[in-house]
Design a protein around this ligand. Structure first.
Ligand code: FAD
Ligand code: NAD
Length: 465
C-alpha cells in the first residue's frame, strides 16, 4: 500500500523528530512521523525525564534519611524512612506514559499522521515501514525527509550489556536496589544516576578513565560535586578503566598499569552515546558524515537535497533542547522561512548534587580565542537565600569582554542551578552587558541574585565581601 505524497516525513519521534513534525504540521505542511517505539524518544522514555524523576525521589529520600539520623540542621526529626523502588518505577512509568500521550495529542492537533513501526529509507523520498503483525510493509513518500533517529549507549569491549551489566535504560527500570554498583564513566549519566543510587543507599564506585570527573567541564566546577559524592559514601577511581567481568564484579586497569578487581552486584556502563545509524538505510543514502554523525549545515540540511537531519544523529552536544531547537528550525526551513542556526549558546546542565551549569564561553575558551576578559564570581556562602535552605555550597562565575562588558559566558555549581540556566541563556542571547545584569532589580532573597552579584563584582562594586 502506498500513502499519498507527504510534504515532510520525519523518521523518529524523539525531541528532534516530534518538534519537527509538530512545527511542520502547524505550518500547514502535510506531515507524517514514523516511530518504532513510544513517542518521545530517549529523552522522555528512558532519558531526561525518568532520570530526573529518580533523582527527585532520591533527594526526597535522602532528606528523610538525614532527618531520621538526627543530623538535619533545621531540627526536623523523622522515623526510619524506606523506599519501595517498584512503586517509584511504577509512578515514573505512569508519568512518562501521560507525557507520551500528550505528544500524541500535540501531533494529532497539528494534523500530523503518526505511523508506528521501523522505518527504512529506500531513497531520499521513500521510507518503508515494517510493523509488528502480518501486514505487508507500508511505503511512505515525501518531498522532504527529516532524519531524527537519535542515539544509543556505547558498549565496552569485554563488558557486553546483559545480566548485571546495565545501560542507563536498564538502571532506570530497576525495581530493586543493588547493594553495590560500579558505574563506568564519570560523565553526565554516571554522576546523575550514581549520585541518585548512592542517596537511596547503594554503595557506589565510579570508575573514570580520565584524570577527573566530568572531564568535559571546567575543573573548577567539579570539587563541590565530588565532595558531596564522597559524603554519600561513593568511591571515585580516576585514571582507571574497567576491562572485563569477573564472577563477582569487574576487572580494572589503572593508567599506571595497576590491575585490580571490584566487587559489584551490578555495573552501569555510561561511557557515552553513539548516533543510531544502523538498520534504517543510512549507508545506502551516501550522505556526508562527520565521523559517525550525519553532517548538517546551519539549516539542518544534509549533503542530499531534500534530506535534513536533527538531534543526536548530528553530533554533540547530544542534548534534548538542542534537538528540539533544531526540529523547530528544520520545519521552518522546509516551509521556506529564512531561518538558520544563529543561537549564541546551548546550556549544559548536569543534575548532580549540587547541580552544574555551563552556558556560553568558559574562561578557558575565551582565553583560547584571545579575548581580553573580565571574570568575577559570587559564592553561595554569601547568599541569604542559599543559607535559608541550609545548602550554601557552590558559586556562579561569569566571564565578559573587557572592552564593552558584553557577557560571554556563565558557569556555576549549586542547588537549583538548572533553573538559573534559563536566565544565563537569556542574558547571553540578548547580548547583555555587565551594567544590564548589575542594574536589573532581582527579587530578594533568591539564588538568582548570584548573577547580579557577580556582575557587580566584575564592575568593581561588590555587595558581598
Ligand atoms: P532520540 O530521543 O534518541 O529519539 C530518536 C527516536 O527515533 C527514538 O524514539 C527511536 O525509537 C526512533 N527511531 C530510531 N530509528 C528509527 C527507525 N528506523 N524507525 C522508526 N523509529 C526510529 N538531555 C538533556 O538535554 N537533558 C537531560 O536531562 C538529559 N538526560 C538524559 C538522561 C539519560 C539517561 C539519557 C540516556 C539521555 C539524556 N539526555 C538528556 C539526552 C537526550 O535524551 C537526547 O539528547 C535526546 O533524546 C535526543 O533527541 P533525538 O530526537 O535526537 O533522539
Ligand atoms: P559522557 O560523555 O557525559 O561521559 C562519559 C564518561 O565516560 C566520560 O567522562 C569519559 O571520559 C568516560 N569514559 C569513556 N570511556 C571509559 C572507559 N572505558 N572507562 C571509564 N570511563 C570511560 O557520556 P554519558 O554519561 O554516557 O552520557 C551520554 C550523553 O547523554 C551525554 O554526553 C549528554 O549529551 C547526554 N546526557 C545529558 C544529560 C543532561 O543534559 N543533564 C544527562 C544525561 C545524559
Amino acid at each position: 500500500m502506498t500513502d499519498p505524497l507527504y510534504d515532510v516525513l520525519v523518521l523518529g519521534a524523539g525531541p528532534g523528530g516530534y518538534a519537527a513534525a509538530i512545527r511542520a504540521g502547524q505550518l500547514g505542511l502535510r506531515t507524517v512521523v514514523v516511530e518504532s517505539a513510544q513517542l518521545g524518544g530517549t529523552c522522555l522514555n528512558v532519558g531526561c525525564i525518568p532520570s530526573k524523576a529518580l533523582i527527585h525521589a532520591a533527594d526526597t529520600f535522602a532528606a528523610a534519611v538525614r532527618s531520621s539520623a538526627g543530623s538535619d540542621p533545621m531540627g526536623i526529626r523523622a522515623g526510619t524512612p524506606s523506599i519501595d523502588l517498584a512503586a517509584t518505577v511504577a509512578w515514573k512509568d505512569r508519568m512518562v506514559g501521560r507525557l507520551s500521550s500528550g505528544i500524541g495529542a500535540l501531533l494529532a492537533r497539528a494534523g500530523v499522521t503518526t505511523v508506528t513501526g521501523w522505518g527504512r529509507v529506500l531513497d531520499g523520498k521513500t521510507v518503508e515501514v515494517e510493523s509488528d503483525g502480518p501486514h505487508p510493509p507500508r511505503l511512505l513518500q515525501a518531498r522532504n525527509l527529516v532524519l531524527a533517529t537519535g542515539s544509543r549507549p556505547v558498549e565496552l569491549p569485554g563488558l557486553p550489556f546483559g545480566g548485571p551489566v546495565a545501560t542507563s535504560t536498564d538502571a532506570l527500570a530497576w525495581c530493586d536496589l543493588p547493594d553495590d554498583l560500579v558505574v563506568v564513566g564519570g560523565g553526565y549519566i554516571g554522576l546523575e544516576l550514581g549520585t541518585a543510587f548512592a542517596k537511596l543507599g547503594t554503595a557506589v564506585t565510579v570508575v573514570e578513565a580520565t584524570d577527573r570527573l566530568l572531564p568535559s567541564f571546567d575543573a573548577s566546577l567539579v570539587p563541590p560535586i565530588e565532595r558531596r559524592m564522597r559524603q554519600l559514601g561513593c568511591t571515585v577511581l580516576t585514571r582507571t578503566k574497567v576491562t572485563g567481568q569477573t564472577a563477582t564484579g569487574v576487572r580494572t586497569l589503572a593508567a599506571d598499569g595497576t590491575a585490580g578487581e571490584l566487587t559489584a552486584g551490578r555495573v552501569l556502563v555510561a561511557v557515552g552515546r553513539a548516533p543510531s545509524v544502523e538498520g534504517w538505510g543510512l549507508d545506502d543514502l551516501d550522505l556526508d558524515r562527520d565521523g559517525p554523525f550525519v553532517r548538517i549545515d546551519d539549516r539542518c540540511r544534509t549533503s542530499m537535497t531534500g534530506v535534513y537531519a536533527v538531534g543526536d544523529l548530528t553530533g554533540d552536544p547530544m542534548l534534548a533542547h538542542r534537538a528540539i531547537a533544531q526540529g523547530r528550525l528544520v520545519a521552518e526551513v522546509i516551509a521556506g522561512q529564512p531561518r538558520r542556526w544563529d543561537n549564541v549558546c546551548i546550556p549544559e546542565v548536569v543534575f548532580t548534587d549540587p547541580e552544574l551549569v555551563c552556558v556560553g564561553m568558559t574562561p578557558e575558551q575565551a582565553r583560547q580565542a584571545d579575548v581580553d576578559t573580565i571574570e568575577a564570581s559570587f559564592p553561595y556562602t554569601a547568599s541569604g537565600r542559599a543559607s535559608t535552605t541550609a545548602d550554601p555550597s557552590g558559586f556562579v562565575h561569569l566571564v565578559a569582554r573587557r572592552h564593552d562588558h558584553v557577557l560571554l559566558g556563565v558557569q556555576g555549581v549549586g542547588a537549583q542551578m538548572s533553573e538559573l540556566s534559563a536566565t544565563f541563556g537569556l542574558a547571553l542571547e540578548m547580548g547583555a552587558r555587565l551594567e544590564d545584569l548589575a542594574g536589573t532589580i532581582v527579587a530578594h532573597p533568591t539564588r538568582a541574585e548570584a548573577l547580579q552579584e557577580a556582575a557587580l563584582a566584575a564592575l568593581g562594586a561588590p555587595m558581598h565581601v
